[in-house]
Structures are given as structure tokens and as C-alpha cells.
Design a protein. Structure first.
Length: 117
């Protein structure tokens, strides 16, 4: 139901754009978010966007470098990542918080971002 793509290998300072297409539950989406998990670390919040109003929220570590956006017509959320740092390397997951929940109940399969120094 959530298909993430766009990961890859990039040099430090470079950019990547992640995409996550939702299907099957778009009518109930309240918020879509991006999380990441680096090896040996816990999963952490990166960014989120409200599906209707487009309000955004970012982790302090990515503010000013990452931009989350959505295309409601395509049921897709994007994460534009600029000025990438080695510490941004992780598996990135998209997730959906439905209208009926306070939690992110639906998760994509993850896409790997590798940043070389």
C-alpha cells in the first residue's frame, strides 16, 4: 500500500528525492511522514505533512535541508533531500497516520540512502 523509491548513493553535499506512493487507503490519510533508521540506531522521525492542509514538520537535524511535499492527485509524498551529510545515510521509510489513529499504522518497505564522504 506504500511504495517508497528514490534512494541511492550520493556524495556528501549532493541531493536525492524520495517518493512514496500510497494506494488503497488514500481516503483515510491524515498525515504522511518519513522516518529513517541507520545501522545500529533506532528509527527516527524525519518529516511529516498533513494530507489536507499541507502543514509540515521536520526534525531539527534536517530543517533547512530537507523538504517534504505531497501531490494529492498522485497520492504521493516526496522528500527532497539537499546538502546531504554522511549522517543522513539510512533506510528511509514512509508511513501513514490515518484519520482514525494517533499512530503511524502503515509503513512502506524502505529505501536505502547512502552518502559517501
Amino acid at each position: 500500500q506504500l511504495q517508497a523509491s528514490g534512494g541511492g548513493l550520493v556524495q556528501a553535499g549532493g541531493s536525492l528525492r524520495l517518493s512514496c506512493a500510497a494506494s488503497g487507503l488514500t481516503l483515510s490519510i491524515h498525515v504522511m511522514g518519513w522516518f529513517r533508521q541507520a545501522p545500529g540506531k533506532e528509527r527516527e522521525f524525519v518529516a511529516a505533512i498533513s494530507w489536507r492542509g499541507g502543514n509540515t514538520d521536520y526534525a531539527n537535524s534536517v530543517k533547512g535541508r530537507f523538504t517534504i511535499s505531497r501531490d494529492n492527485a498522485k497520492n504521493t509524498v516526496y522528500l527532497q533531500m539537499n546538502s546531504l551529510k554522511p549522517e543522513d545515510a539510512a533506510v528511509y521509510y514512509c508511513a501513514v497516520k490515518p484519520m482514525t489513529s494517533y499512530e503511524y499504522d502503515y509503513w512502506g518497505q524502505g529505501t536505502l540512502v547512502t552518502v559517501s564522504s
